[in-house]
Design a protein around this ligand. Structure first.
Ligand SMILES: Nc1ncnc2c1ncn2[C@@H]1O[C@H](COP(=O)(O)OP(=O)(O)OP(=O)(O)O)[C@@H](O)[C@H]1O
Length: 252
């Protein structure tokens, strides 16, 4: 098999990736591959480097060392940041927020044709927000706003979707509805990577898991990775973290 064929089975390849802030490592010496069409949970303690890893994959953070290989154009990647990173005071309607999904494809100042507006309304209906088009995003509940962001991802139609803690502070009904959309993306052959804290959600809905504690603790089939021994190891490593440690301090 040639390199090109091999790469099409692999959506993203990490080779000895280290991501650091002012030389303090958030992700340390991570190597592995994300298969095309896989559905992967990224889990681990607070400060484990999960968000930093997603930010490195979308190019918002530059690796300190190592490489991230993929053949994706920016429009091939849909990204849902953590809720805390999103400013909802921006005075923009629900419909225009969803249409941002196609602005990424059309170019920021292109006119959005009415078929796109119809698609945006259809996406709002899929996430259960029919008739919310004209509401300002600042007036929505946290769960409704998360549904809007999922509608935007539906419109973006990306082949790789990265979600950072999409169900934090979201009630069980909304979580169930959004998990169904995630399962739909997986069924369509898209590659989905989701940062999650809830181990039960990881076990129930995600076939693959990357358990991270700055270094990789386990990466593979969820049942093999989410063992008591691995979870204990991740917790113990988190308790020992020295926030001022420099990169390339030997792992204990
Ligand atoms: N902008 C930043 N500047 C400096 N340090 C940062 C920055 N962002 C993250 N860090 C540090 O990098 C480490 C990893 O953070 P990151 O947010 O990637 O972890 P996480 O696994 O997503 O955590 P959580 O579960 O709490 O969201 C932490 O020690 C954090 O303090």
């Amino acid at each position: 098999m040639g390199d090109a064929a091999a790469m099409s089975d692999i959506a993203i390849e990490l080779d000895d990736l280290t991501v650091a802030y002012a030389r303090h490592p958030a992700v340390h010496h991570l190597s592995g591959t994300i298969a095309t069409g896989s559905l992967t949970a990224i889990t681990g303690p607070n400060g484990a480097g999960k968000s930093s890893l997603l930010k490195a994959v979308i190019g918002e953070l530059r690796p300190s060392s190592g490489t991230i290989r993929h053949r994706l154009k920016p429009t091939d990647v849909g990204y849902l940041p953590q809720a805390a990173d999103i400013n909802r005071r921006f005075p923009i309607s629900v419909l225009d927020t969803v249409l941002l999904g196609s602005w990424r494809q059309a170019g920021a100042f292109a006119q959005i044709a009415s078929p796109e507006q119809q698609k945006a309304r259809d996406a709002l209906a899929v996430v259960g927000l029919e008739g919310f088009d004209r509401r300002g995003i600042g007036s929505l509940s946290a769960g409704q706003f998360q549904r809007v962001l999922f509608a935007r991802l539906l419109l973006q139609d990306a082949s790789v979707i990265l979600l950072d803690e999409p169900f934090t502070a979201i009630d069980s009904r909304t979580t169930r509805d959004l998990l169904e959309i995630v399962a739909g993306w997986h069924g369509e052959g898209r590659t989905v990577l989701t940062v999650l804290h809830d181990f039960e959600q990881v076990r129930a809905h995600f076939p693959q898991t990357l358990l991270l504690a700055r270094e990789v603790i386990g990466w593979g089939a969820t049942a093999d990775v989410m063992t008591t021994a691995n979870l204990t190891k991740a917790r113990v490593m988190a308790e020992r973290w020295d926030e001022s440690a420099d990169i390339c301090e030997p792992a204990r």
